[in-house]
Design a protein around this ligand. Structure first.
Ligand SMILES: [Zn+2]
Length: 95
């Protein structure tokens, strides 16, 4: 059990945010570890399967290549890092 730093109510262990007021709960990390708030992004192209069926493979490849380049540039411009591209999806994080 921890105490919320904002509303000072008790919060059960394991909560990252106070269920009463929504404030982040700071929990001491075990020695050698560090707790961080991170932002995760998962983006997927809607209708990509239909698009791939309707276009020539080379056109789809060029479109996807351009999409991956733009996605990486936009993510990195905002301090993020692309973790992986999976098919037409991109997974990224920012710390
Ligand atoms: Zn609270």
């Amino acid at each position: 059990m921890v105490t919320c730093p904002s509303c000072h109510r008790e919060v059960a262990d394991g909560f990252a945010f106070c269920p009463h007021c929504g404030a982040p709960i700071e929990v001491a990390a075990p020695a050698g570890e560090e707790r961080k708030l991170v932002t995760l992004l998962f983006a997927d192209i809607t209708g990509s399967t239909g698009l791939a069926d309707a276009l020539d493979a080379e056109v789809v490849r060029d479109l996807m290549s351009e999409y991956f380049t733009i996605a990486r540039e936009e993510i990195e411009a905002r301090g993020g890092t692309v973790e992986k591209f999976i098919g037409d999806a991109v997974g990224a994080r920012a710390v």
